[in-house]
Write a protein that binds this ligand. Structure first.
Ligand code: SUG
Length: 446
């Protein structure tokens, strides 16, 4: 049987820029106000999709939302024509203008959480869009993402839930804090929800955070697990290590990744490390497919700082159709002496058979690596057939998107350019063209 896992990558939108909006995200802060190249960003992402598809792995594309989001600015009290609304918002606070122009939906690991039908009590695939409440610019994404997910996963086979209510710091950042481990993708799996803080109990955190706030709440993770009708014995809630969050691990997928029976993580990933790994190994073994293979990297091999700057653990770990697993890492991992050395020794360990690198520099400068750019969905043949053909990656869609990006995307964008009144119309036209190429309803393109 073909690998039932599909990767849904976010196509980078035409307004990709470095506005330094993401708190706790070291790269986003460090590259603030530097020039971005939206054209290169979109082409780099597209190239990654092409490589994954060429491996014989199901690949699909999620479109960027229409930007700027002037409705959002209007809800904040800005009035007038679109031009006036944008100008007034920029004058009141450039961060508001940057937020309404943000292309952050490209990191579809944060679009939502998808539980395969094999895991859910009612035999349906469950989908919950993330509320992304912890960052203002990302909180705009949820309504549009929910509509796109409904269009991409239509019909009775899929059960769509509303984003979890976000009040009281109940942030949910989707699959970036969710690991599914299973003897094979198609078999029932263990779903691991990794959280950064507990919203109840007076906003109590899971450990002492000195620098940054955690984004994922235990309460939101628990709500998603309940909504998805997951069996308690195939469920784990694991706390992130506050030290890692303070070092820039704003999502768990910056410090660990799982695929089928393999967990690849840094020793600093989880609070209560030993107990957490014991629980995962025990619950995984109960699935009956043998022991969990844990590839745990020690700080003396790769420091926490090197893990964060290289995004080693944000690699995609992909089951190859002919057997074995490929670790698709960001090129930065090949440039850091420690991570390069570690990766040379990786093939042959825990089922990982090959390592390759992808150039995703434009996204990486905003803190998004290979795994951030994709939302995983394990789908049966029938479920995959229900996904509209237009969003499935293939030679034609690749060629059409590439040509459109080359024709329409700017090769230089600064946060100060967001004040350019022409950018809004330019971005809308470009985005409508993308929906047209993907065959998605025009109404979603704004
Ligand atoms: O939420 N960066 C994103 C990066 C998300 C990466 N996703 C995963 N780890 N799954 C974030 O921090 C930067 C936007 C800016 O600064 O303009 C940003 O939103």
């Amino acid at each position: 049987m073909a690998n039932p896992e599909a990767n849904f990558d976010g196509l980078v939108g035409p307004t990709h820029n470095y506005a330094g909006l993401a708190h706790g995200n070291v790269a986003s802060q460090a590259n603030r106000r530097k020039p971005a190249n939206p054209r290169a960003a979109a082409l780099q992402g597209l190239e990654k999709m092409r490589r994954v598809a060429a491996l014989g792995i199901r690949q699909a594309i999620l479109p960027p939302p229409p930007r700027p989001d002037t409705d959002w600015l209007r809800s904040l009290g800005f009035t007038g024509t679109d031009d006036e609304v944008l100008r007034r918002a920029g004058k009141a606070d450039p961060a508001l203008l940057a937020a309404c122009y943000s292309a952050s939906s490209m990191w579809t690991a944060n679009a939502g959480t998808i539980s395969p039908s094999a895991d859910s009590g009612d035999g349906r695939a469950h989908i919950t869009p993330a509320n992304l409440a912890s960052q203002l610019h990302r909180s705009l994404e949820a309504p549009h993402t929910a509509a796109v997910l409904r269009a991409v996963f239509p019909g009775e086979l899929f059960l769509h839930h509303a984003p979890v209510p976000a009040g009281g710091r109940c942030g949910d950042e989707g699959a970036a804090n969710h690991i599914r481990l299973a003897p094979s993708h198609a078999a029932p799996g263990l779903q691991v929800f990794v959280y950064g803080h507990e919203a109840l109990g007076g906003g109590k955190v899971t450990g002492v955070l000195r620098k940054y706030a955690a984004r994922q709440s235990r309460e939101a993770s628990a709500a998603v697990a309940r909504l998805h009708a997951l069996a308690p014995e195939r469920l784990a809630f694991t706390a992130q290590n506050p030290k890692a969050i303070d070092a820039g691990v704003f999502h768990n997928d910056v410090i660990s990744v799982g695929n089928e029976g393999v967990l690849f993580c840094h020793e600093a990933a989880f609070r209560d490390r030993a107990a957490a790994l014991r629980e995962l190994c025990r619950k995984y073994a109960a699935l009956g497919g043998g022991p969990l293979q844990v590839i745990e990297v020690k700080a003396k091999e790769v420091s926490l700082a090197a893990a964060v700057s290289s995004y080693l653990f944000n690699s995609q770990l992909l089951s190859l159709p002919g057997g074995g697993m490929l670790l698709l890492a960001a090129e930065e991992c090949g440039e850091n002496a420690r991570t390069r050395k570690f990766l040379t020794s990786l093939p042959g360990r825990g089922g990982v058979t090959a390592v390759e690198f992808a150039d995703l520099r434009q996204s990486m400068r905003n803190g998004g690596g290979p795994a951030c750019l994709r939302l995983r969905a394990v789908l049966t043949e029938v479920e995959w057939s229900a996904v509209p053909a237009g969003v499935k990656f293939g030679d034609t869609v690749y060629a059409r998107l590439k040509a459109w990006i080359e024709q329409r995307y700017r090769d230089r964008l600064l946060p100060s350019d967001l004040a350019d009144p022409e950018l809004a119309e330019e971005s809308r036209i470009t985005t409508r063209g993308i929906y047209d190429i993907l065959g998605l309803p025009k109404v979603l393109a704004g």
